[in-house]
Design a protein around this ligand. Structure first.
Ligand code: NAD
Ligand code: UFG
Length: 340
């Protein structure tokens, strides 16, 4: 039996494929490389010390999915494939709704057809309403998303809940990630944004390596300890392990269950910059700029439900995540490519 990983070449997918193999699972991965590189899969195979089937397909392509379900005895799916750039989603919302919703629907239709009814879905803390108190629990209010990307996750969650409701043998786990950072300790795989990074950590590391000149800190007047935004950063290896815990849980449970995957600890932008400078020994040039539209001051998880039910907790520190990110960035200044 195999775990089918969609978006397996991406940042979180590649680390999860590696973790699944390390824990003895058979993996089949698919990706259309719209935001990743084939080299990522090559390196996962190298690190794992074994090969696994990989298919370059678009998850919206039902006939391509047919072939995969026919060829591989699959008992569980992790659905990472999706577009994730918040700003881009505001400019091209239809592309986001098309990709993220239709891939989820096509996947569930194929799962139903082949009687594979266990799915782990990549959701996001972005589905929570901005008015909630911190920490966010799985019962906090959702909706009122500030961008189309967030709505696609909100809508996919609903599609999946309705699907699980329709037949008793579905087991669907919605994992709401907080802010993934870090890289595999080998420095061979990591986050490789195709354009100028939107997210803080890759912006910091590309500034450190000299690809970018100066980091803009979006807002220095938030009601936080140092005036900058606070987020819940979680090492991507911990996140990968969270998926394996979710798979184990789903073998014995049906219906839909939601879990936050976060550390439960908030770190400010300046706090992350300082941690990165300490880990890398490189000074990060930055300037305090205006607030970024749509941002909230503070966002962090209650990680208790995952601890109690999945027996999973984030273990790696911000310092380890910074050291791992720097190793990845300095060994691969241009990511998986040799140059820009
Ligand atoms: P990523 O872009 O690195 O990985 C997503 C992968 O999916 C890419 O390799 C891309 O090529 C592939 N893909 C996209 N659409 C596809 C399609 N239609 N068919 C086949 N492949 C397709 O992103 P990531 O950071 O690894 O995120 C993985 C998932 O987690 C995404 O669904 C994302 O929305 C979600 N998520 C990410 C974050 C984050 O901050 N990284 C936070 C919360 C949720
Ligand atoms: N920030 C800067 N400068 C930058 C980039 C970010 O100061 O160049 C700040 C932001 O204002 C925020 C913090 O750094 O205070 C983190 O910002 P990110 O863009 O890295 O992350 P977000 O919390 O805004 O959002 C991310 C993902 C979303 C996801 C969310 C919750 O981009 O897709 O985490 O999981 F939904």
């Amino acid at each position: 039996m195999a775990v089918l990983v969609t978006g397996g070449a991406g940042y979180i997918g590649s680390h999860t494929c590696l973790e699944l193999i390390a824990q003895g699972y058979n993996v089949v991965a698919v990706d259309n490389f719209c935001n990743s590189q084939p080299e990522s899969i090559t390196r996962v195979k190298e690190l794992a010390g074994k090969s696994f089937p990989f298919y370059e397909i678009d998850v919206r392509d039902e006939s391509a999915l047919d072939e995969i379900f026919k060829n591989h005895d699959t008992d569980c799916i992790i659905h990472f494939a999706g577009l994730k750039a918040v700003g881009e989603s505001v400019k091209v919302p239809l592309m986001y709704y098309n990709n993220n919703l239709l891939s989820t629907i096509a996947l569930c239709s194929a799962m139903k057809k082949y009687n594979v009814k266990r799915l782990i879905f990549s959701s996001s803390a972005t589905v929570y309403n901005g008015a909630n108190e911190m920490p966010l629990t799985e019962k906090s209010l959702t909706g009122g998303c500030t961008n189309p990307y967030g709505w696609t996750k909100f809508m996919c969650e609903q599609i999946l809940r309705d699907t699980a409701q329709s037949e008793q043998d579905w087991s669907i786990i919605l994992l709401r990630y907080f802010n993934p950072i870090g890289a595999h300790i080998s420095g061979m795989i990591g986050e490789d944004p195709s354009d100028t990074p939107n997210n803080l950590m890759p912006y910091i590391s590309q500034t450190a390596i000299g690809r970018l000149k100066c980091l803009s800190v979006y807002g220095g007047d938030y009601p936080t300890n140092d005036g900058t935004g606070v987020r819940d950063y979680i090492h991507v290896d911990d996140l990968a392990k969270g998926h394996v815990s979710a798979i184990k849980y789903s073998t014995a449970h049906t219906g839909t269950e939601v879990f936050n995957l976060g550390s439960g600890v908030g770190t400010s932008v300046l706090g992350l910059i300082t941690a990165f400078e300490t880990a890398s020994g490189v000074k990060i040039p930055y300037e305090i700029a205006g607030r970024r539209p749509g941002d909230i001051a503070v966002c962090y998880a209650s990680a208790e439900k995952a601890a109690e039910i999945l027996n999973w907790r984030a273990e790696k520190s911000i310092a380890e995540a910074c050291a791992d990110t720097w190793r990845w960035q300095s060994l691969n200044p241009y990511g998986f490519k040799n140059k820009l």
